[in-house]
Design a protein around this ligand. Sequence first.
Ligand code: UT7
Length: 336
Amino acid sequence: MSPMPAKQPVKNVQIVGTGSYVPERVLTNADLEKIVDTTDEWIVTRTGIHERRISSPEQASSDLAEMASRRALEDAGIDPLELDAIIVATVTPDHFFPNASCLLQYKLGANNALAFDVSAACSGFLYALHVGRCIIMAQEMKTVLVIGVESLSKITDYTDRTTCILFGDGAGAAVLRPGPPETGILGTILGADGSFGPLIQQIAGGSRVPWSQEALDNRLQYLKMRGNEVFKIGVRAMENACRQVLDKTGLTTKDVDILIPHQANIRIIEALAKRLEIAHHKVIINIDHYGNTSAASVAIGLDEGRRSGKIKSGDTVLTVAFGGGVTWASSVIRWA
Ligand code: UT7
């Protein structure tokens, strides 16, 4: 028997295609004024959100993920059968199981891909991106599809004005492949602090509080958030994560051409950019028309930034997220 050929060392991992999708239905602040005791003025000044996209009753997360994935695969010029792995980041999968990744694998006909979900709330896409990169760097796989997707409208309480004005639905996808060392994902920082878990949570439906009429009567199926506390921790955690990942990659905030922050609140985005001394024109912002799409927000920002020409070849792109868990993540990507 002839010996197996030695594997070529992988120098780095590139994003070779991106795609995104948001549902057609637009929910405006004026619409919300009719449902809860709020005003367009309060929502815009406190959050920066004007409108958000809401999936139809028939659409679930794997449907949104499919649309974004097809666009990313087309962009990369890659057939679904070439995929070795599919990693979906979401806290709103179609079901607890089968996972959203398996549903997506079937929809895409990606019969050669293993498939699993990552649950890290708003940091999920960057967690999944890192896992995908590590699998390729370990020479276990060549082509990995990573998706951030949420259907938060399905777990939003439209009687709770403190949360229902914030969230929207959407998906973003990226195709990963080996590439040269100078470009691609240069470094990542991931972190978590479970002691803050109760700040953002969906209490019912798991093994702690299984479905029951009592749970539904108490509206425990819906997302609950202590927004003010999350706000303060979030800004600090995102700033620290950015500084750590820049240190790790030997860069400074002056080297950053584009910042893609998680889109939770325009005030958080502006405070972060100010602390990092990154000029407003370098920051990708979509919260005004999509709201907070959790795991999808950075992924959508990446795709729209690239397709609009805002992200250019050679740009150093700093991405950062913070969310339930609590979790945080930041990656530096040098665009090929
Ligand atoms: O994506 C995961 C991470 N998530 C985040 O990072 C979210 C972080 N948090 C936030 O973005 C903000 O805390 C919110 C936008 C959620 C809330 O803004 P805030 O400036 O922190 O407001 P607040 O919670 O301190 O509430 C101020 C007031 C309260 O009234 P009182 O107690 O002062 O009389 C609220 O009841 O605003 C009231 N309020 C509203 N008023 C009109 C809360 N929601 C609304 C509303 N319309 N929709």
